[in-house]
Design a protein around this ligand. Structure first.
Ligand SMILES: *[C@@H]1O[C@H](CO)[C@@H](O)[C@H](O)[C@H]1NC(C)=O
Ligand SMILES: *[C@@H]1O[C@H](CO)[C@@H](O)[C@H](O)[C@H]1NC(C)=O
Ligand SMILES: [Zn+2]
Length: 494
């Protein structure tokens, strides 16, 4: 997940659905009592089969550990990404018997190269940095400059007459990912507009252990670099004391021509309406410095697993279920755009598009973007089929990056959202319900302290952050949602 659009609205609270809404919905579909009769007579049994089978195998964790250990970072434009995609396709076809389609996508090829930054004055210190994806380099030379620290975009405007020729350090507080990512995305271009020669941006994370977080940035012609929370705060302290600071910066970052990658579509063909679709998915690519276990190997693999469970159990959905494993979400979202463009003629036959790109911790349910009528149905499904494992809550309005290209073309969309054991619950048994739920509803400030953003876009996004049980729980949740939505009497109402 890389863009502001992704998270900015995910955790906006939504009014609870009233019984009356569900009733209104039911009359549209001419069923009663509300919610229940939308589901087939075997829906509850089928859901239980999916849940039981999901918790019966550690295949998702084992596969994800294998992929992240074996192929490492899967950055767009690299052979490692393509090898990982090849491996996924082969395993899904040969081991699972799933039909897999591969759809080519041209993706950007940004290369980090070597990079360093040193504080020179008032002392020499080697800084831990990561150029932001898409940044320009320093043209083979070392850039020297004095530092000016700003605490916000407002502060940048206040100090605009002192920016020219300097290296701007952004020391913005972390409010939430959705709010604070604006500094990573447009910090450099806004500093450049006032004559800055480089922008060093405090990592977008609630918590730091000297770890820089990369991520995408709008193109500017000055270097855009992520620095640690610790360094950003130190520079702010130095400036407050009136100390002057000088930095040298060397980046080899550059952009090469686009390279071909591809989306994978793992399909179980519908028995009644093969040309109507229920989509779920995650992205295969990661940042160049990250194994991308959380972001988004886990999301892609629980989508794959949901399809594998349905296939292995011999369940035949009425509509076609597609796990779409998008490429290049992180630094271009070309995969999400390509799927929406390539399938434009069948988008009106897409019932829903679900995405998992916010971590695969203990699932709480879905956020949902669609009509109130569709929301009422998805809510009823969650309550009826998933309350037993506590992951059927439908709240929020957010959509992930890749599904957003479908949602903006009218496809009802949703995002798996999860809570984190590090915020409460029982870390020995993450599948137990929270004794003290951290969220009455899932709010941004709570999400801000989620461990997802401790590791997000860092070298610490590795498989040890995930648990087999949480992945099972996520796969079960998505499997039940997509299978039951695929068997509704009609497409979800727009
Ligand atoms: C590198 O060179 C290009 C082209 O001359 C120029 O536009 C750019 O500003 C230079 N970048 C830096 C960081 O000096
Ligand atoms: C919603 O979340 C709460 C708290 O985690 C859980 O107890 C409850 O079962 C969930 N509801 C559904 C419908 O899954
Ligand atoms: Zn992601």
């Amino acid at each position: 997940m890389c863009s502001m659009k992704t998270v900015v609205s995910v955790f906006v609270l939504v009014l609870c659905l009233h019984h009356a809404d569900v009733l209104a919905m039911s009359s549209i579909l001419q069923v009663s009592p509300p919610g229940e009769n939308l589901l087939s007579s075997t829906a509850k049994d089928d859901a239980e089969k999916i849940i039981e089978a999901a918790f019966d195998t550690t295949i998702v964790y084992d596969r994800l550990a294998y992929m992240t250990d074996t192929f490492g970072p899967r950055f767009s434009g690299t052979p490692e990404l393509e090898r990982a995609i090849d491996w996924i396709q082969a395993a899904a076809e040969q081991e699972d018997g799933i039909t897999v389609k591969s759809e080519p996508v041209m993706v950007p090829r940004w290369v980090r190269g070597n990079e360093y930054a040193n504080l020179l004055v008032p002392r020499r210190k080697s800084m831990r940095i990561l150029a932001l994806g898409g940044s320009v380099g320093t043209n083979g030379t070392t850039l020297h400059g004095s530092v000016i620290v700003v605490s916000s975009f407002d502060d940048l405007e206040n100090q605009k007459d002192h920016i020219r020729g300097k290296i701007v350090v952004y020391n913005q507080d972390f409010v939430s990912y959705g709010d604070t990512v604006a500094y990573r995305v447009s910090g450099a271009e806004r500093a450049e507009a006032h004559g800055a020669i480089a922008a060093l941006i405090r990592s977008v994370t609630p918590y730091g252990i000297q770890t820089p977080h990369t991520g995408s940035t709008h193109t500017s012609s000055i270097p855009a670099v992520s620095i640690t929370i610790e360094d950003a705060k130190m520079f702010a302290r130095m400036q407050a004391r009136g100390q002057s600071m000088e930095i040298e910066l060397y980046l080899e970052a550059h952009t090469l021509p686009d390279v071909q990658s591809r989306n994978l579509i793992l399909e179980v063909v519908g028995s009644k309406h093969p040309d109507e679709f229920v989509v779920l998915g995650g992205h295969t690519d990661s940042w160049d410095i990250a194994d991308g276990a959380m972001d988004d190997g886990g999301g892609a693999f629980v989508a794959w697993e949901a399809v594998r469970l349905i296939k292995t159990l011999g369940l035949r959905p009425d509509r076609t279920i597609r796990a779409v494993l998008w490429t290049n979400e992180e630094n271009g979202a070309r995969g999400g755009q390509a799927y929406a463009n390539d399938h434009i003629s069948e988008l009106d036959k897409h019932s829903i598009a679900l995405e998992s790109d916010l971590g695969t911790f203990t699932p709480h349910g879905l956020s949902f973007a669609g009509s109130d009528d569709a929301r009422a149905i998805v809510t009823a499904i969650g309550e009826k089929l998933l309350s037993g494992i506590g992951s059927g809550n439908v709240t929020g309005v957010g959509v992930g990056e890749d599904a957003s290209y479908l949602n903006e073309r009218g496809v009802p969309s949703g995002s798996l959202y999860t809570v984190d054991v590090r915020q409460g619950g029982d870390s020995n048994n993450p599948c137990l319900p929270f004794s003290q739920p951290p969220y009455p509803e899932f709010q941004e400030e709570n999400f801000g302290s989620s461990a997802y953003f401790w590791y997000h876009h860092t070298a610490a996004d590795t498989i040890d952050k995930l648990s087999p049980q949480q992945l099972q729980h996520c796969a079960a949740t998505l499997g039940v949602f997509v299978y039951s939505i695929a068997n509704l009497p009609s497409l979800l109402p727009r």
